[in-house]
Design a protein around this ligand. Structure first.
Ligand code: SF4
Ligand code: MG
Length: 319
């Protein structure tokens, strides 16, 4: 099948203050030459530490920002196409679910009006809207009477179900989940993951599932992309990444102990060194200052991108 989304050489830089008194302006590479296909009906897991560019990629996929260079194609058409028909249809193509459902839900709005927002924009008649809201509530495992309640009357897991119902309302083909279960307790996480998997099967959804948590990524993904410093380090079928991780960074992530506070969104990595300054993209392989297997060439030359076995690619001089 042909890819639903094609990410091509995507770069996003930000101008930021740095140096003494913040007087220097420098460019931070949030994304640095990402190329990736997302297939219809799959779950592409995106994993990496905080600041690796995962959320920047999500914002670009949602068209909330434009790339500095490169492009994303949706069914072959540039996301930044000016064609008004394409732009109007985008809510039916891609929706997003965020980490914190409480801050993404308007506290003064009843659940029904939050879920129906996109339907109202579409001009769907009131009675039809109410019926659709009831169907969506049932789809995400909420009850009919929940429609007239306010977000504060729900638990964290239920609020994430409301956010899922809102995302599903325009019947999107693809949903971007950015740390969608990271703020939830582990038992609630499992319920929401099961719901997302069930919805995918019933509705044929495509997911881009972003998380710093490899256990969550494993439970969801068909394929996994490992990101570091705005670049892809490894791309692999999900199971194979856990059985045969190739990249030293992936290997370190798999050995990492997640810090219990989910909001910390950080790993305790079994690695020397710290995340390099975002202002100073290392020469050669971006991971070389922390890599336990670094070779002399790693400092000098970027390793490029090599397919090692079908669907399993890596950016590393060891291969
Ligand atoms: Fe380590 Fe070199 Fe591979 Fe980079 S290219 S991950 S520094 S071995
Ligand atoms: Mg993030």
């Amino acid at each position: 099948s042909s890819p639903y989304l094609q990410i091509r050489d995507l770069t996003r830089t930000y101008e930021m203050s740095s140096g003494l008194l913040g007087l220097n302006r420098s460019a931070v590479h949030a994304l640095n030459g990402i190329s990736l296909d997302i297939m219809r009906g799959e779950t592409l897991g995106l994993v990496g530490e905080s600041g690796c560019g995962k959320s920047t990629l999500a914002r670009l996929l949602m068209r909330l920002e434009a790339p500095s260079s490169g492009n994303i194609y949706l069914e072959g058409q540039s996301l930044w196409s000016q064609d008004p028909r394409f732009i109007d249809a985008l809510p039916h193509k891609i929706q997003m679910i965020f980490q914190d459902p409480f801050s993404s839900l308007n506290p003064r709005r009843r659940v029904q009006s939050t879920i129906a927002e996109a339907l109202t924009v579409q001009g769907m008649p009131r009675a039809e809207r109410a019926e659709r809201v009831q169907k969506l509530l049932a789809l995400v495992g909420l009850r009919p009477e929940h429609a007239t309640r306010y977000p504060h009357e729900f638990s964290g897991g239920q609020r994430q179900r409301i956010a899922i119902a809102r995302a599903l309302a325009p019947r999107p083909a693809c949903i971007i989940c950015d740390e969608a279960v990271s703020a939830l307790d582990v038992s609630i996480q499992a319920q929401v993951i099961n719901l997302l998997r069930d919805l995918q099967e019933r509705l044929g959804l495509t997911y881009v599932f972003i998380s710093h948590d490899l256990a969550v990524i494993r439970a969801m993904s068909t394929r996994i992309a490992v990101m570091y410093f705005g670049q892809l380090m490894e791309l692999s079928p999900a199971q194979e990444l856990y059985d045969r991780p190739l990249h030293p960074y992936t290997q370190a992530l798999l050995k990492a102990i997640p810090i219990p506070d989910p909001k910390a969104n950080r790993f305790a990595l079994h690695l020397g060194g710290e995340l390099p300054s975002p202002f100073l993209l290392p020469s050669g392989c971006p991971f070389h200052p922390r890599c336990p297997k670094a070779l002399p060439i790693c400092k000098e030359e970027h390793p490029g991108w090599k397919e090692i076995s079908p669907g399993h690619s890596v950016s590393c001089h060891l291969y």
